[in-house]
Design a protein around this ligand. Structure first.
Ligand code: ADP
Ligand code: MG
Length: 495
């Protein structure tokens, strides 16, 4: 539980947050037309007659979008409504050629569900999802193309969106950010939305109100179209502070729609409730209600992959990972998949069980590989070191061919060149020296060369053994097997 509070002049305030997330459904075609949904095309190059609202055109439902919405509902444990209805939501806007948006109002496709969000403290919190409905996206007005005119791009017009409406269950900027992050993770796992907030395929309307702890809900403001997790957190913080200041100054909050300006770090009014739209929703007469049978729902359920929460629990329980590593690995499906391939390959190469090699593999992955990817500013999808290659490196450590120290150098070369660990070790002659004869001779030399340290060691300064180990490792360029060095060194030092 979060105990985030906003300190006011007259005491502490609680913030209440509910999010409406618009997620673009992954599909080749739009919700009611065959036009392409590809991102980044020339303006107005992906507009069918339906999307342009030519007279007499009829919408035809895209079954894939319906299936993806159902899968999304199942992924958050929601009720799937076997009967749902498309409505017309009427309003006038330049980028909405129909004069209405086809949406769902009284009968959405998905009912109540739950999302478990992961908090920075390591704890979790359940956030309710009131509903998910399907609707069309609008076009885009472009104000920066001409000094006098606004241009309209209808490529987005008619693209399928899922509107995922949360309950007002969040109580801090952190929880709001964690919720958006978790929704994005789930959508990406199941492939119903690419979650790409920079390209606008996921964006959030952030509803914020404040109250004294224990009081009924306060009046909310809705901050429109926030397009990053960081901005969601900032918008909540800034808006909550604004509301507290108004109430403490004796004012009241007007229910209104606002926009978040990250540059000025403020929210500004867009329209107030007095100007609020009467959408005059009514069932779209061009579209039949959607009706599902159990077989359709069960097929959608069967198509779901292992979800992030289940995967995390398995990584912890079956493979012994700690909470942190498990969370980091399941956050992106590609990371989890990399890890699973890695563990299987290391286990195979070493003849050990997956449970025996998983913790080391997770440490290498989260520290070494993720560290290098971060530094290079690339994502795991672009990694120059494949999971099989990573397993090759870990197997060389595991069987004693190279030390952990040398492995760091080998990895650096792998990352730069994309070569296999075994080839690098061979080429550069980096094999660990476990030959006792060779190490014996080096130890004798080192002891002979450091009579002062030897005397101090024998006088009781035990810690100096580290110095001698270090010298031997240095003399062998880190290639001496540290286990063998320790075993041979002690009796010689003790005389
Ligand atoms: P509307 O009917 O105007 O769409 P809803 O009741 O459906 O409003 O709520 C829209 C969103 O606002 C939901 O995500 C909900 O959780 C959130 N919400 C509702 N009341 C509050 C409140 N007092 N404070 C913060 N968020 C709220
Ligand atoms: Mg509502």
């Amino acid at each position: 539980m979060s105990d985030y509070r906003i300190q006011g002049a007259t005491g502490d305030w609680e913030v209440v947050i509910g999010l409406e997330i618009h997620a673009q459904v992954t599909s080749n075609a739009k919700l009611f037309s065959g036009a392409s949904t590809e991102f980044g095309a020339e303006p107005n190059s992906q507009v069918s007659l339906v999307d342009a609202a030519m007279p007499g055109m009829l919408p035809t439902i895209n079954g894939e979008c319906v299936r993806q919405a159902v899968r999304t509902g199942l992924a958050i444990g929601a009720e799937i409504n076997k009967y749902s209805v498309f409505d017309r939501k009427n309003y006038f806007y330049a980028d909405l050629p129909q004069g209405y948006q086809i949406s769902q109002f009284k009968h959405p496709i998905v009912g109540h569900g739950t999302v478990t969000v992961d908090l920075e403290s390591g704890g979790t919190k359940e956030i309710g999802v009131e509903r998910i409905h399907l609707e069309q996206d609008a076009g885009k007005s472009m104000h920066d193309q001409h000094p006098q005119y606004t241009y309209v791009d209808l490529n987005r017009s008619g693209v399928a969106l899922m509107e995922i409406v949360s309950d007002p269950d969040m109580r801090s900027p952190e929880e709001a950010g964690a919720y958006v992050t978790k929704i994005r993770t789930i959508l990406r796992y199941i492939g119903s939305c690419d979650g790409n907030m920079e390209q606008g395929s996921m964006r959030a309307d952030v509803n914020v109100s404040v109250r004294r702890v224990g009081d009924p809900l306060g009046t909310r403001c809705e901050i429109k179209n926030v397009n990053s997790v960081r901005f969601v957190r900032q918008a909540v913080e800034i808006e909550a502070r604004r509301q507290v200041d108004i109430i403490e100054d004796g004012g009241t909050i007007d229910q209104e729609t606002r926009l978040f300006d990250p540059v000025k770090a403020e929210t500004r009014s867009m329209r107030s409730k007095e100007e609020a739209h009467d959408y005059r929703y009514f069932p779209d007469p061009d579209l039949l209600p959607l009706e599902f049978d159990d077989a359709f729902i069960e097929a959608a359920r069967d198509s779901l992959p292992e979800l992030p929460d289940a995967k995390k629990a398995r990584f912890m329980e079956a493979l012994g990972l700690n909470d942190y590593n498990a969370s980091v690995l399941v956050a992106e499906q590609v990371s989890a998949a990399y890890f699973e391939t890695l563990v299987t390959a290391v286990a195979k190469a070493t003849g050990k069980s997956e449970a025996d090699v998983a913790v080391k593999a997770s440490n290498w992955l989260t520290c070494d590989l993720f560290g290098a990817l971060n530094k290079a500013g690339i994502s795991i999808t672009e990694t120059p070191v494949s999971a099989e290659q990573g397993a090759g490196l870990l197997a060389l450590i595991e069987d004693g061919t190279i030390s952990g120290r040398i492995a760091k150098d080998v990895f650096e070369i792998m990352f730069e060149t994309g070569k296999d660990a075994a080839d690098i070790v061979e080429e550069k002659g980096l094999k660990q020296v476990s030959d006792t004869g060779a190490i014996d001779a080096i130890i004798d030399e080192i002891i002979a060369a450091n009579p002062g340290q030897l005397a101090q060691y024998r006088a009781g300064k035990d810690k100096l053994i580290g110095f001698f180990v270090g010298q031997v490792m240095k003399a062998t360029q880190g290639q001496a097997n540290p286990g063998v060095v320790n075993k041979l060194l002690k009796p010689k030092l003790d005389g």
